[in-house]
Design a protein around this ligand. Structure first.
Ligand code: OAD
Length: 231
């Protein structure tokens, strides 16, 4: 079976009703990254950071996977599909994808502030000041904040280098190191990018752009790949 490696970003969850970050109306228009998505913010303004992620987590219980998530699950019938997602939602898993790697953490998980290896599933949507790990330290969102290392990058780079077909869906490719993963794809590998926005793709040799929203674009690509089964 040919292997399809898929890099997803906020755009794949947009049709589920989750806001992206950098589009007009995106989250970073309303919030300053430095106020909610850094360790310094957590130290200085814990209530705001906690509330920001609590709201995101609460919303996650109200939304559902969309056609794009399901199209990727369906592709598993014909391809070995591996997903690398920048998203902290669990919509790929809930749709039924078998292999999902989260680069930037997971909203429904929390971890110790003294021992990174202590990661827990949060019960419900609300993390509170005073919720402690088994070592007695405050729990924090299991999110990779700006300035923190992206531990999964070596594994994601290795996975990218094994792709027979590489697909990028719904990411502005603004955030490194995730945006650099396509650089690990072997030369000559077909690369597809699905995004309705204007993107500069000059750094991705031979990329085929499908300028559609994720649902429609992923369905189209799936049909194309299935009919050729070669990409
Ligand atoms: P961005 O908000 O930067 O980019 C979203 C992309 O999705 C843009 O290219 C849009 O054109 C596209 N888009 C919008 N609607 C779409 C739809 N219906 N279908 C398909 N694409 C659509 O989000 P990311 O690139 O995912 O990190 O952002 C990367 C990281 O920056 C995030 O993981 C997050 C953020 O800060 C952390 O929080 C650590």
């Amino acid at each position: 079976m040919k292997r399809i490696v898929v890099l997803t970003g906020a755009g794949i969850s947009a049709e589920s009703g989750i806001r992206t970050f950098r589009d007009s109306g995106g989250l970073w228009e309303e919030y300053d990254i430095m106020d909610v998505a850094t360790f310094e913010a957590w130290e200085q303004n814990r209530d705001l950071v906690m509330e920001f992620y609590n709201q995101r987590r609460k919303q996650l219980y109200e939304v559902k996977p969309n056609e794009a998530h399901y199209a990727l699950v369906d592709l598993e019938k014909d391809f070995d599909v591996r997903i690398i997602t920048q998203n902290v939602d669990d919509l790929h898993e809930r749709a039924g994808s078998s292999h999902v790697m989260h680069l930037h953490g997971e909203l429904k998980k929390v971890r110790s502030t003294v021992d990174d290896s202590l990661v827990y599933d949060l019960d419900g949507w609300e993390l509170k000041v005073g919720d402690h790990c088994e070592k007695g330290s405050q729990l924090r969102p299991h999110i990779v904040w700006f300035g923190e290392p992206v531990e999964m990058i070596p594994a994601a780079a290795d996975l990218s280098s094994t792709a027979d077909i590489y697909v990028i869906i719904g990411t502005s490719l603004n955030v490194y190191p995730a945006a650099g993963l396509v650089g690990y794809v072997r030369p000559g590998t077909p690369v597809y990018l699905i995004d309705p926005g204007e993107m500069s793709v000059g750094h991705i040799p031979g990329v085929r752009v499908i300028r559609e929203k994720a649902g429609r674009g992923t369905r189209q690509l799936a049909e194309m790949l299935r009919s050729g089964k070669s990409g």
